[in-house]
Design a protein around this ligand. Structure first.
Ligand code: IVH
Length: 699
């Protein structure tokens, strides 16, 4: 898309805008440059995955564009980088007709299927040696985009293949979809292209963590997350979900010059992928490969399948397409699918099993979750026996019964879930799933708050909750007490060596030493780890307390708002709401926590046990030897975990960046450092140092 010279030019332009804006605010005269620079950095970040500036540098230029446009609304163009953001949609999504029906693909599951398909393709086409283009089959939600005179004018879901929902406003939130693209430079006036919207594995995990934090059931898989996100009525929320789009097919186009009906680049499928890539779209340009002969195609499919889990997003197979468009047209289509393409589906991550019983687990916040126990079944490399059913609504919606044969799916690193019961296999002996009225652990009556889907045990002294709170307190992202994992916490709790959180700091080590499996050394390790946790920074302690709705981000915001944790007792609800990241629900929960006598007593007890409850300086503005210097870590460090090293840098006054740019002072490299190191080598001002040198900087 951008040549080396253009890249250089835009980098220089970025630097000069930054320099200029350090002196005076940018003005309307800078608009064009500012937009060009922002588009370029969006492309580097969202399409190429190789940003050239730090996030805050991008943000600062973006904010200036917003300012200039606010002062000069008449200068706003529809494809300005600011114009992705939109107001809420109030109406339903209008139905629109696709220019060309969106067919689906025929499926194949093994080499024989492909050999068969190749034979038929040769028969229909009359060609012995067909050229095939092979690319990944993205597992997301399919979309169609229309560009008229280089502008994105319409985006739609697949719908029933003939008609779909018009979702242009939502698609504009996806930063890898260009709002304008120079199709005219290829002689194209109007074009319809197809692709797939995805949520990558990382964003999916983060999104599900957020849902879990808010006590909402997590989404089953990234595919559902992507298609669900496209139908949200709040485009800003769509923007927050970090969706991505791959474009892989040109279904229709018209030319600018009536004398010329075809565009050379579009004579082959691979040519169209290349054109899309050159115009700034994410197309499978690097992933695609061209082969003559089906055997090489089969090998590539198998090879790709082996590496499927290494990709940042989910794919469920490969798509094999006849490369020459004229030949595609000759081969035509059935009513369901084109004859010139076929999907090669990877091994299923689905299996069937029997639902034997449902158990009810009480979580840290008292939520009672139904868990299905199924006959053990291997899926994608692990054996699945237990599956969360989240809540009553999910059970009801899926119409699950004990004794059902169920279809189970597990995508990538995603937790397994029940897709549906196979109702046609029922024999009438299946039984309803009965939800308990009393807590299965403490026997107190359960409640179901109106706004929630879960049943809840509200007895905060319920043993199940207490033990879950201790497990959370000691866990890796909280106080990180190594060798004090779930199994040990449960064991000590059962033996009554431990009754509550402060009890962690008062364990009877003499008794523990006598337990089977606890040698002198493991007890010393445990003692040291517990002792070390007393010095954890305040934000970790806040997160560890397990205050409802307070995740790691909110915990950090809270930590920097006080110098002494119990001070929150004096915060009004309004004070809390004024903090970053704190809305009414979160604020209410924090307020309740610090106005509960038992909780305050626990905090004072922890303080008496020498835990760190204070925050000498605001954590964000820590000062130290690294004051103001910027750091980025890459590769595996020899002794420190990445998170430890980052925490150390911040504690000593350093600032973390998340990409290599001229703003970076130090790149700390470990083993197997990759592209960041290469990039940093090209910027002479960046000091490339080892972990040892990093530690020396602080001493
Ligand atoms: S080509 C007329 N290429 O798979 C042919 N489809 O099961 C249009 N898909 O509806 C489809 N990756 O949503 C094509 N590289 C790819 C694909 C792909 C994913 C989806 C698409 C299609 C479905 C068929």
């Amino acid at each position: 898309m951008y040549s080396v010279e253009q890249t250089q030019k835009l980098q220089n332009l970025t630097a000069s805008l930054q320099k200029k804006s350090n002196k005076n605010p940018l003005t309307a005269n800078d608009l064009e440059h500012l937009r060009a620079v922002l588009r370029f950095h969006e492309y580097r970040y969202y399409v190429m995955n190789e940003p050239l500036v730090a996030d805050f540098e991008y943000d600062s230029l973006y904010k200036q564009l917003e300012k200039i446009e606010a002062a000069n609304p008449e200068l706003i163009t529809h494809d300005s980088p600011t114009q992705r953001v939109a107001k809420d949609l109030t109406k339903e999504f209008p139905t629109v007709q696709h220019l060309v029906p969106m067919l689906s693909l025929e499926n194949s599951y093994n080499a024989d299927d492909l050999i068969d398909w190749d034979r038929k393709a040769k028969e229909i086409s009359g060609i012995e040696n067909i050229e095939y283009c092979v690319e990944p089959k993205f597992d997301g939600a399919s979309i169609s985009l229309i560009y008229d005179n280089d502008q994105l004018t319409r985006a739609a879901t697949r719908g029933n293949g003939i008609e779909g929902d018009e979702i242009t406003t939502n698609i504009r939130q996806i930063r890898s979809v260009p709002l304008s693209a120079a199709f005219s430079s290829y002689g194209i006036q109007q074009i319809e292209i197809r692709g797939e919207v995805l949520m990558n594995k990382n964003s999916f995990k983060k999104y599900n963590d957020l849902l879990t934090e808010q006590n909402l059931p997590p989404l089953a898989n990234p595919r559902n997350a992507a298609s669900g996100s496209l139908r949200i009525k709040d485009p800003k929320e769509v923007g927050r979900r970090n969706l991505e789009a791959f474009l892989y097919h040109v279904s229709y186009y018209t030319t600018l010059n009536s004398k010329q009906s075809t565009v050379n680049s579009l004579l082959t499928h691979s040519g169209s992928l290349e054109m899309l890539w050159n115009l700034g779209f994410r197309s499978p340009q690097k992933e695609k490969k061209i082969f003559k002969g089906i055997n090489a195609v089969i090998d590539y499919c198998h090879e790709f399948e082996k590496h499927r889990d290494e990709l940042p997003y989910e794919i469920d197979g490969m798509v094999i397409k006849v490369n020459e468009i004229a030949l595609q047209e000759k081969m035509g289509m059935t009513t369901h699918h084109p004859r010139w393409a076929i999907a090669f589906k990877f091994k299923a991550r689905q299996a069937t099993s029997k639902l034997r019983k449902v158990e009810f687990q009480v979580g840290r916040t008292g939520s009672v979750t139904p868990v299905a126990k199924i006959d053990p079944v291997p899926i994608g490399g692990i054996t699945v026996t237990s599956i969360s059913l989240f809540n009553q609504d999910v059970v009801r919606e899926k119409d699950l019964k004990i004794g059902d044969t169920v279809l189970v799916e597990r995508a990538g690193d995603v937790i397994p879930y029940i897709v549906k019961p196979l109702t046609e296999l029922r024999n009438g002996k299946e039984q309803e799933i009965i939800f308990p009225r009393k807590c299965p652990v403490c026997g107190d009556p359960l409640v179901k708050p109106e706004e929630e889907a879960v049943l809840r045990c509200v007895n905060i002294n319920c043993k199940a909750q207490v033990v879950e709170r201790i497990i959370h307190f000691a866990s890796k992202d909280a106080m990180d007490i190594r060798s004090f994992g779930e199994a040990n916490v449960r064991k000590f709790f059962e033996l009554e060596f431990l009754k509550n959180i402060p009890g962690i700091y008062d364990l009877p080590f003499e008794k523990i030493k006598k337990l089977e499996g606890f040698g002198e050394k493991s007890v010393t390790n445990l003692q040291t780890a517990i002792e070390a946790s007393k010095q954890q920074p305040l934000h970790r302690l806040i997160f560890a307390l397990g205050i409802r709705y307070v995740g790691e981000t909110t915990a950090k915001a809270l930590a920097s708002a006080v110098t002494y944790l119990p001070d929150f007792e004096n915060f009004s609800l309004a004070d809390l709401l004024a903090l970053e990241d704190v809305g009414p629900k979160v604020g209410g929960s924090i307020f309740e926590f610090f106005h509960n006598r038992d909780n305050m007593q626990m905090l004072h007890k922890l303080e008496a046990l020498e835990l760190n409850l204070s925050n000498k300086k605001s954590e964000r503005n820590a000062e130290g030897n690294l004051n103001g210097q910027t750091f980025l870590f890459t590769g595996t460090l020899p002794t420190l975990k990445r998170s430890e090293a980052e925490e150390m840098a911040e504690k000593n006054g350093g600032k973390l960046l998340n990409s290599v740019s001229s703003k970076l002072n130090y790149l700390v490299v470990g083993e197997d450092a990759g592209s960041k190191l290469e990039k940093a080598r090209k910027i002479p001002s960046i000091k490339i140092i080892s972990e040892k040198e990093f530690l020396e900087l602080m001493s």
